[in-house]
Design a protein around this ligand. Sequence first.
Ligand code: PEP
Ligand code: MG
Length: 325
Amino acid sequence: LEKKYLAEIFEPAITLDGKKAHLYINAGLLSGIQNEMVREADGIGLYRTEVPFMMQPRFPSESEQVEIYKQVLDAMPNKSVIMRTLDVGGDKALPYFPISEDNPFLGWRGIRLSLDHPELLLIQLRAMLQADQNRGQLQILLPMVSQLKEIDLSLSYLERAYAEVQAETGKTFIRPKIGVMIEVPSLVYQLDQVAQRVDFISVGSNDLTQYLLAVDRNNPRVNSLYDSYYPGVLRALQRIMLDSRQHQLDVSVCGELAGEPFGAALLFAMGCNKLSMNHGSIPKVNYMLRRVNFAELQCILRQALKMDDGSQVRELLLDYFNQQN
Ligand code: PEP
Ligand code: MG
């Protein structure tokens, strides 16, 4: 990382005209969050639980999961930690749970798998609740939700897990906030109904881009079509931010776009002030936000939304940033 980015890492992410962003970390490996610099983040915006599951020869037991989740919470004392339930399938496989499908990205992924194996989901939810107990750091996030009934069913399992751990331990537990990933286009148009069910949403721009453009995010042949800056994708993101505000839904973005300076600038201009990214991206995004004007970014955004192609959007941002530095 360039020295100039690191020099300002402990300075707040505030634009020249005084708008503040909250920067969170995407994590999976404990090694990625157990260092001093990471503690400057506002919390963990996405903890991918499938990562520890992939490191094991079998499904980790409930007590093993409690230990893992406690360590994650300990790495960020007194800050919020958004733990996502298991998101395997698609490109992420567990060696001890092989899935073979013609269209894995349209298949048995994320919450679909958890709801078909509620015993796995319940263990995971129970472990998360016990790890947090009464710290109040935990928030729970559901991946790959495409229909409202998946939220309702998941909430009923959470209620059950909550009642079970309280009855079994005789302790009281803080009720965690619950959220869904917005990464399948159907939910983009149902945020009013989503808001009636959950406390927050987290936008998975990686999968949302893939599903909006019908481009496999890992297929090199169609790679040039995979573009989160494509104005059709940006308009969907803009709509999510507008509708979240209207329905008082707390919103953050945890896809790769949030960790790219151009992407972060556009999302921030849309009104999203919670951005979650790999820890290595924080210094760069922080540096960028400290050098821009929110009002100017909004003007850039308006132009970007009317462009025909993602390459034009990137050029527009490049020009703006060159002027700023
Ligand atoms: C996403 O889809 O943007 C996301 C953050 O989830 P993942 O990359 O783990 O699929
Ligand atoms: Mg995803």
